[in-house]
Design a protein. Sequence first.
Length: 257
Amino acid sequence: MLLASGYLLVRAQDTPESRAKADPPPSAIVAEPVQSTAGIDDPAFVDLFNGVDLSGWIDVNTSPETWSVRDGMLVCSGQPIGVMRSERMYENFVLIVEWRHMEPGGNSGVFLWCDAVANGGNRLPMGMEVQMLELDWPELHKSADGTLPPVAYVHGELFGAGGMTATPENPRGSRSKSIENRCLPRGEWNRYVVVAVDGNVKLSVNGKFVNGIRDASYRKGYLCLESEGAEIHFRKIRLMELPGGMADESNTVPEVK
């Protein structure tokens, strides 16, 4: 059936008889079985840090003195440089992390979809890093001519580290910078909400989504917390695991034995 120049035109084959032949009777349609949702729990948050000890976390290449629990907080001394990892891998999830730096220019982060293996001389693994920098970091890392690094660098950059590749939404080279400066200085608590699904990451900093990166080369792996030279505190690490998606053998990190 065509509409042209204000006239309704009916093609010869577009008749009630032809439509009846084209459309099978209801009895001929085979319905796909619908799987029952009975017994499937709704996604819910679980605490990855219990406020008491380091249960659920495994040291990769730091030391027994690097990580401790004090007054219900997870305390990282920053020495030596390295990471500790989650007991198991995660694919799709929402992660909430509350953190605060205690020293000027402090450096840390959390790695997603991480292989949890120290890579060469830099001691840090392959994964998607969600950067956590103290606000004085640019001032303490000027270039030789006195130029400051981009301020957005310290407000939740996202980037593939150690060989992971991804496409930044707000490019600064291969990294994605936040579109708004929302992190608070040392001694004050920051709240990250990280949504990680099928190789795509969205980051909320203190109540607003300000950064994203997509098409990560790995989509299932460990979570790692980073020790990188300065004391940092964590008081909440919560995760809501979401249904699985596009991860397969080609984009899942090897299991750590």
